[in-house]
Ligand binder design. Structure first.
Ligand code: HEM
Length: 463
């Protein structure tokens, strides 16, 4: 395996299981990511990985992960092979920026994500959710992930990025699916020259890249041309002009567009796709969820006013994010020499950490593979709060967490009030980690439900 760029391997750190000569751990990560992460387990606080072109380490222990994200955050900046590839796509946007640029960006973007602003997006979220469930017909086979990604992309376009219309939103999410998968492959495999060959996959990747950039550049140009406009881009342009650290360039704005699209669409859609998959496997949970939605909403869509009365719905969402965190693997790079788990790592060392690994720690979540929403019906203790990181932690925690939960709850209420989803004949679901962790092969069939009051319209046929 070709290992470039020092720092060199730190001695004494055990090698993670599943290493393949010449290819390292990449094939296991791409083929069966969850089994591999489970095998890495928690026996050692830190394991050595051969993943990507540089030596890297997997931090398995929740206290050390907490240290990286919160306690000693200034010693661990954004970096590592996954992030390097993400930077190819997202430039220097909020997800990928180093801590120094991040401070200014986050300060200027935060106002678009306050709870009051998130609540104000409620109407658009409801409209798009209702439109989705109206499009479906009883007995229809649904390719769940692209359907949900299309809705979240439209919502993002209509709320934060109004200079992107529905067609462009769909085009962007198609492009980003190709780009996310392609860049993850590039980060996981050691040979970089393969990706420069003129293969159909590499050509598709390059086309998707050009397509995404064209839409994002156009969105920025339109936002600059409009003197009065809503949306995040316009707010960033105005706030940047008044900011002592200077205005945003077109390139910086484009980076925020691509960042929000990648960070804010497939994540929420993937979480909901896992949720519907888990419901098909747990009829008792489905029944309780339907009962709560029917009793509280009576066929209407959920909204911020009804969220507090939907504790079981929230528990189902949290438990889904515990069992299948869509952002399952992340990286950091040390910005100083650091002592971690009794080993001394030099500046510039790449570290991986995994929410999936932490969420399946049996000392924190007994019987961790069991899908049990009742775990969340009483307040979480300190160990759970530290180990449960679907949105990350510390100053790089997801800026869109409450928007994501709002969207997910409304979309879930819209679908579950109206449709019962069952597995399509012959469908076979497998976890796929390509940037995000999603249920590949998930196809579900719609069956109409009766709810007490059909506020989002009556299904066209009864299933
Ligand atoms: C269920 C849905 C979502 C999940 C699971 C999720 C997960 C995450 C995680 C784990 C991080 C931290 C990354 C790290 O520490 O390196 C993050 C960051 C981020 N997320 Fe989300 N996210 C979701 C939805 C959203 C939405 C809806 C948006 C915006 C529309 C968004 C925008 C961002 C941004 C901009 C960052 C970077 C924050 C920063 O570094 O300051 N996310 N997300």
């Amino acid at each position: 395996m070709q290992e470039v760029d020092t720092p060199s391997t730190v001695k004494g750190v055990p090698l993670a299981p599943g290493d393949i000569p010449l290819l390292g751990h990449g094939p296991r990560l791409l083929r069966d990511p969850l089994d591999w992460l489970q095998e890495c387990g928690r026996a050692e606080p830190v394991l050595r990985l051969r993943l990507g072109p540089r030596p890297a380490y997997l931090v398995c222990c929740r206290e050390l992960v907490h240290d990286m994200l919160v306690g000693r955050v200034n010693s661990f900046d954004k970096g590592g092979s996954l992030l390097d590839r993400a930077r190819d796509l997202l430039g220097n946007g909020l997800v990928t920026a180093g801590h120094t640029d991040h401070r200014r960006q986050r300060r200027l973007m935060q106002p678009a994500f306050t709870p009051a602003r998130t609540d104000s997006y409620d109407e658009v979220i409801r409209e798009e959710s209702a439109a989705l469930t109206r499009r479906w017909r009883a007995g229809q086979e649904i390719d769940v992930l692209p359907e949900l990604t299309s809705v979240t992309a439209k919502i993002l376009g209509r709320t934060l990025l109004p200079t992107i219309d529905d067609r462009d939103a769909d085009h962007l999410s198609d492009c980003f699916q190709i780009l996310l998968a392609g860049s993850f492959m590039r980060a996981a495999m050691p040979f970089t020259w393969i990706h420069r060959l003129p293969t159909p996959a590499n050509r598709r990747y390059n086309r998707a890249w050009a397509g995404a950039w064209a839409v994002a550049d156009q969105a920025v140009a339109k936002a600059r041309a409009q003197s009065t406009s809503s949306g995040l881009l316009h707010a960033l342009i105005t706030a940047g002009e008044a900011d002592p650290e200077g205005a945003f360039s077109d390139e910086e704005l484009r980076d925020q567009v691509t960042t929000l699209f990648i960070a804010g669409t497939e994540t929420t859609a993937g979480t909901l796709a896992w949720l519907f998959h888990l419901l098909t496997l747990h009829p008792y949970v489905t029944k309780r969820l339907h009962r709560e939605l029917d009793e509280v909403l009576g066929g209407r869509l959920a909204g911020p006013d009804t969220f507090p009365r939907l504790p079981y719905t929230r528990a189902v969402l949290l438990e889904t994010m515990r069992v299948y965190p869509v952002v399952a693997l992340l990286t950091r790079a040390s910005s100083t020499d650091v002592d971690l788990g009794g080993h001394l790592f030099p500046t510039g060392t790449d570290f991986f950490f995994s929410a999936y690994l932490l969420h399946h720690d049996p000392t924190v979540f007994p019987d961790p593979d069991r899908f049990d929403p009742d775990r969340w019906t009483s307040p979480a203790g300190p160990a759970v709060r530290r180990a449960f990181i679907p949105f990350g932690a510390g100053k790089r925690k997801c800026i869109g967490d409450s928007l994501a939960l709002t969207q997910a709850t409304v979309i879930l209420s819209a679908i579950a009030s109206r449709w019962h989803l069952t597995p399509a004949p012959g469908s076979h679901v497998r976890p796929r980690l390509r940037g995000t962790l999603t249920p590949a092969g998930l196809r579900l069939v719609t069956q109409a439900r009766h709810s007490p009051r059909a506020g989002c319209g009556t299904p066209s046929q009864e299933g």
